[in-house]
Design a binder for this molecule. Sequence first.
Ligand SMILES: [Zn+2]
Length: 140
Amino acid sequence: MRITLPLDVYGLILEHCRGGLPLEACGLVAGRQSDGLKEILAAFPVRNADASRSHFSIDPRDQLGAVLAMRAQGLSPLGNFHSHPETPARPSGEDLRLFVDRRASYLIVSLAGPRPAIKSFQVSLADGLPVATEEELDIV
Ligand SMILES: [Zn+2]
């Protein structure tokens, strides 16, 4: 699936991820979905309840607030984002265990290199095991 991310929303995601260093940061993304295209229109930073450098879990109270804000703005939930402060923008083994929604996009921001990198993944099951497939992500 193709997914678009406006530059200003990417900027907000990066700001939140950099602000969370050295810990992983996370949030939700929302927008519109049509055949073959997801358009991210907004990002909702939330707290990483794990406060960890290598894993995350979305704070449930922040998640509720984000979902209510999405609804108020008429946006559909599209997935979430989290940062990898020290590793590439690829799902970790733990990420794959957590990524259970096959409709969701899982965006990963790597802050490990000289410049940030962002990739988006969808997850499916192959022989009962979760497999991540990279989406075609365009910053627009
Ligand atoms: Zn991860």
